[in-house]
Design a protein around this ligand. Structure first.
Ligand code: NAD
Length: 349
C-alpha cells in the first residue's frame, strides 16, 4: 500500500524528499506546500502539485503522511499542527532545539494517536554501517575508543543556518547525525559530556565543534565537525583491544588491522626524526592481519519503508522518540559544557 505524502518546505531537503518519493514503492507524492510562492512555481514547473495553503494540506483527507523540511525553529509548531490534523509526521533533523520543546512534540504525537519520527537518514550511510558492523562483529575486540569527524573548508552556510534564532550552527546541523550514529554503535550509557564550540567564521552560532563522550563501560567517543579544514582528518577511527579500524573518507572502504599476536620477541628499533624507538615501531604481517571491509548494503528507502509499515502496524519505527530525545539531551549538554567550560555529568536514559 502506498501512503499519500505531502512535503512541507520545498527547499534543498524538501526537493530531496520529493525526488525520493517519486522513486519510492511506499509513498505517493501528492504535492508540496511552501510558504514561498517562487518555490510553489518551481514545484509546478517540475510537475508537482503545489498546495496553496497549509490549511489545504491539513484538510486534505487523502494525505496521511507529511514530511516537514523547513528551518529548525519552525519544526515544533508545524509538527504539532500536522499531528492535530490527523497526519503521521516525519520531521527533518534536528527535530527541534531543546528537550523541553521535543517533549511537547512527543506529547502531541501521543495525544493524536499518530506516528511521529525524525529523518535520521545518516543511519543509512555506508561508512557508519561499516563501523557498526566491525563493532558488532567483535573482530577487533572490545571497543574502547571511536572517533567520528566530518570536515569541510567553506565555513557555515550563509542561509538561516548561520543564525541562532533559526536553529543554526553545526552541533544542530551535523552534530545531530554524528551523535546519533555514535549512539547506534556504542552500547554503554554516557556519563560525561565535554564540548568546545568553534567560532572561526561566525560568532553567533558554532561553525564546528569538538566533543568528548565518556561511557559507563570506560569507552570514549570523540565527535568533531569542522568547516575550516583544508586537509581532512579520517572520517572514522575506531580502536578495539584486538585491532584498529579506519575509514579515511566517504568514498573509501574501511581498513582493519587485526592483532594476531600481542607479544613480539625481537622488535627492531626504528629511526624517527632525531631518535630511535621500539615502542612506536610499526607492526609486521607476522603479528597483524590487514584487510578491507566491503561497503555494507544500504538502501535509504528503508527509512520510509519502515515508517509506512509502522503506520500500518507491521513494524515498529526505527527512529524512536527515546533515541531522538537522547541525542537532543546530549546536544544540550554540549552547549552547556561550552558555556561553562566544564565537563558535564550526564544522566543517560
Ligand atoms: P532550505 O532553506 O533550503 O529550505 C527550506 C524551505 O522551507 C524554503 O523553501 C522555505 O521557503 C520553506 N519554508 C519556510 N518556512 C515555511 C513554512 N512555515 N511553511 C512552508 N514552507 C516553509 O532548507 P533545507 O536545507 O531544505 O533544510 C530544511 C530542513 O531540512 C532543516 O531542518 C534542515 O536541518 C534539514 N536538512 C536535513 C538534511 C538531512 O540530510 N537529513 C539535509 C539538509 C537539510
Amino acid at each position: 500500500m502506498k501512503h499519500n505524502l505531502c512535503v512541507i518546505g520545498y527547499g534543498g531537503m524538501g526537493g530531496w524528499h520529493t525526488r525520493h518519493a517519486l522513486t519510492s514503492d511506499d509513498v505517493n507524492l501528492k504535492g508540496i506546500y511552501d510558504i514561498d510562492p517562487k518555490k510553489s512555481e518551481l514545484a509546478k514547473s517540475n510537475g508537482i502539485y503545489a498546495y496553496e495553503s497549509l490549511e489545504e494540506v491539513l484538510s486534505d483527507k487523502d494525505i496521511d503522511l507529511v514530511t516537514i523540511a523547513i528551518p529548525n525553529d519552525q519544526h515544533r509548531d508545524m509538527v504539532i499542527k500536522c499531528l492535530e490534523a490527523g497526519k503521521n509526521v516525519i520531521c527533518e533533523k534536528p527535530v527541534t532545539m531543546s528537550s523541553k520543546v521535543l517533549q511537547e512534540m512527543i506529547d502531541a504525537a501521543k495525544k493524536s494517536g499518530k506516528l511521529f519520527t525524525v529523518h535520521q537518514n545518516r543511519r543509512w550511510d555506508v561508512d557508519f554501517l561499516a563501523m557498526k558492523q566491525i563493532h558488532d562483529s567483535g573482530e577487533i575486540g572490545e571497543i574502547f575508543n571511536i572517533e567520528s569527524r566530518i570536515h569541510g573548508s567553506r565555513g557555515i552556510p550563509s542561509d538561516w543556518r548561520c543564525q541562532k534564532a533559526y536553529g543554526g550552527g553545526m552541533v544542530l546541523d551535523w552534530g545531530v547525525h554524528l551523535i546519533d550514529q555514535i549512539c547506534q554503535i556504542l552500547k554503554g550509557k554516557i556519563t560525561k559530556v565535554y564540548c568546545k564550540l568553534d567560532h572561526i567564521t561566525n560568532d553567533e552560532v558554532d561553525d564546528g565543534f569538538k566533543l568528548d563522550l565518556t561511557f559507563d563501560n570506560g569507552a570514549r567517543a570523540y565527535v568533531e565537525v569542522g568547516t575550516y579544514n583544508f586537509i581532512d582528518m579520517p572520517r572514522f577511527y575506531m580502536q578495539g583491544k584486538e585491532g584498529t579500524a579506519i575509514i579515511t573518507n566517504w568514498q573509501e572502504d574501511a581498513k582493519v588491522v587485526h592483532c594476531k599476536y600481542w607479544h613480539e620477541n625481537d622488535v627492531l628499533p626504528v629511526k624517527t626524526a632525531a631518535g630511535l624507538t621500539k615502542t612506536m615501531a610499526p607492526r609486521d604481517s607476522v603479528t597483524t592481519d590487514t584487510y578491507t571491509i566491503d561497503k555494507p548494503a544500504s538502501d535509504v528507502h528503508d527509512f520510509y519503508r519502515n515508517f509506512t509499515r509502522a503506520i500500518e502496524g507491521k513494524e515498529t519505527q526505527l527512529v524512536t522518540h527515546a533515541q531522538v530525545m537522547r541525542v537532543m539531551r546530549i546536544m544540550e549538554a554540549c552547549f552547556e559544557s561550552d558555556k561553562k567550560g566544564q565537563v558535564i555529568d550526564f544522566t543517560d536514559m
